[in-house]
Design a protein around this ligand. Structure first.
Ligand SMILES: Cc1cc2nc3c(=O)[nH]c(=O)nc-3n(C[C@H](O)[C@H](O)[C@H](O)COP(=O)(O)OP(=O)(O)OC[C@H]3O[C@@H](n4cnc5c(N)ncnc54)[C@H](O)[C@@H]3O)c2cc1C
Ligand code: FES
Length: 272
């Protein structure tokens, strides 16, 4: 489904119609509004008087959409505390979204909140798709009953499924279940880098969804550049070819100030 050109998309003020607690640190905010959208695209969410940040669309229907938020810093904690009737600003959707290959044998690999952008993709892929989901613990598994597809789970603490990494399960799937034609992934960047490396080793194309600091959301301000790519406009989803050329993948990112730092510092930085 094609989205409208960016200049046609006017900012909206929408009321939260439901706040659904998904897990101790996760909630989904629903809005009764029809939005042309492709899995993997995101909207900029403005909380008046606070800030504006990017969130992927995790639920999508003809007259409704939802965003799923993990409580991290000031903004996301305020967002998951919003209640029915609260007004927020929405711009978008922005970004390219996943290039969906319907006829192929695919695997979808999610780490933590990375399940949010992948959920609507999973709902569109055929039933023989392999879904691998990793989280800190059993309590942090998002949407446990949502998909018709069986899910292979791993947790850091071993409280559910395999104790270990999603890449352990992906490697086992490739070795025991035959090759794949496409792997889609979203999660911590180190996880996506390891998925990419594994796919390169086995000659499998992949698409991953990257996060960088975003301000405008549609390619004007330069806040989100990663090497030669503008993540909000050229991405946030990048395929193997682009990832091979992306020298800052799993290495560097720009802070809000524009200063380039190591990725570990970027993800531990608190944006006040
Ligand atoms: C394309 C895209 C889609 C996203 N989708 C989701 C989603 O579906 N669910 C979800 O929970 N989170 C999503 N995020 C992350 C989200 O935008 C916030 O960064 C996150 O909620 C933390 O914000 P905070 O202010 O509460 O935390 P803070 O403590 O202020 O920041 C925590 C970390 O978030 C990152 N960050 C902060 N501000 C921004 C910003 N303006 N743009 C990008 N990254 C920032 C930085 O790495 C920072 O270290 C997405 C980010 C991007 C770029
Ligand atoms: S956020 Fe402005 S160019 Fe990407």
């Amino acid at each position: 489904m094609m989205t409208k050109p960016v200049m046609d998309q006017k900012p909206l003020m929408l009321r939260v119609t439901e706040n659904k607690r998904e897990a101790p640190d996760y909630a989904t905010l629903f809005f009764d509004h029809s939005l042309a959208f492709r899995p993997g695209q995101f909207v900029m969410v403005w909380i008046p008087g606070l800030d504006e940040k990017p969130y992927t669309i995790s639920h999508h229907g003809p007259h409704r959409f939802g965003i799923t938020i993990e409580a991290k810093g000031v903004f996301s904690r305020k967002a998951i505390a919003l209640t029915k009737g609260d007004l927020v600003g929405i711009r978008g959707p922005f970004g390219n979204g996943f290039d969906i290959q319907f006829s192929q044998r695919s695997a979808v690999v999610a780490g933590g909140c990375g399940m949010a952008p992948l959920a609507t993709l999973v709902e569109q892929l055929p039933g023989d798709t392999t879904l691998i989901h990793g989280a800190r613990s059993k309590d942090a598994i998002l949407f446990p009953d949502r998909f018709a597809l069986a899910r292979e789970i791993c947790t850091d603490d071993g409280s559910l499924g395999h104790k270990g990494l999603v890449t352990d399960l992906l490697e086992r799937r490739i070795t025991d279940g035959g090759s794949l034609d496409m792997v889609y992934a979203c999660g911590p960047e180190i996880m996506m880098y390891k998925v990419f490396q594994l796919c390169e080793t086995h000659g499998i194309p992949c698409q991953v969804s990257l996060e960088r600091y975003m301000r405008c959301g549609f390619g004007v301000c330069g806040a989100c550049v990663c090497g030669k790519q503008v993540v909000c406009k050229d991405g946030p989803v990048f395929g193997s070819e682009a990832l091979r050329e992306m020298k800052d993948f799993n290495k560097k990112a720009l802070l809000k100030s524009g200063r380039e730092v190591d990725l570990s510092l970027y993800f531990s930085w608190r944006c006040r």
